[in-house]
Design a protein. Structure first.
Length: 225
């Protein structure tokens, strides 16, 4: 019984990554482990209750939206850009290649974000007060060329220039929901032999130029309810 529980939670933890973000259904997990869907639902519900994440009956029956949680806080998409000023102190106290202690993370922590800051080359998760009540949420941001280039340079050389940097809002086509939809379609195309999987030479050169740079691939595990 415990073995089934551990395997189910392990599969749940691999539901989402920043690259593919393809979510296995509870039925697929149940089939893989040879148990009923109700047993998987029970395991997930018990685990969520342990972490203080609960759903009411109305939400379960009527809501089509999937809520995502990171470090115990609900994840939402950034609707507005966020500009921050990086100081020399942020740079001096930072750790290269560490998504929780890099220059931008240190800057955000100095501004009061301490629960869920995680910064990768192209994406960032930041805990911020949200809405009229100021409820704490994890806000997902994208990065523009300037910041991506600076993060890559920092990871490779340790150099980072003080100044103003912008964390960009998320377009409708870049949301986690859209990425999951794309991931499912792409996976289905791969199964049917209809997807193009060739890596272009330019992509190979880009990957080589970004060696020793932190990526969020496979490291962003969100809880879905």
């Amino acid at each position: 019984m415990n073995d089934t529980r551990e395997k189910a939670l392990e599969l749940r933890g691999k539901m989402v990554t920043e690259t593919l973000e393809t979510k296995m259904t509870q039925q697929e997990i149940a089939n893989k482990l040879g148990v009923t869907k109700s047993r998987i639902s029970q395991i997930f519900q018990e685990e969520d209750e342990k972490k203080g994440i609960t759903k009411n009956k109305h939400h379960i029956e009527n809501s089509k939206e999937i809520k995502r949680f990171f470090n115990g806080l609900e994840v939402i998409e950034a609707k507005e850009d966020l500009s921050v000023f990086v100081t020399q102190e942020d740079i001096d106290t930072s750790i290269r290649g560490d998504e929780h202690n890099c220059v931008i993370a240190k800057c955000l922590q100095r501004l009061g974000c301490k629960i869920g800051v995680a910064i990768w080359r192209t994406i960032g998760y930041v805990d911020l007060p949200y809405g009229k009540n100021g409820e704490q949420k994890i806000v997902r941001f994208k990065f523009g060329k300037k910041l991506k280039k600076q993060i890559a340079k920092y990871d490779q050389t340790g150099e980072f220039k003080p100044g103003i940097y912008k964390l960009n809002s998320i377009k409708k086509t870049e949301t986690l929901k859209k990425k999951i939809e794309y991931g499912r379609k792409h996976l289905e195309a791969l199964r049917n032999g209809n997807a193009k999987t060739m890596v272009k030479k330019d992509d190979k050169r880009k990957l080589l130029s970004l060696s020793n740079v932190r990526f969020g691939n496979g490291k962003i595990n969100l809880i879905h309810i």
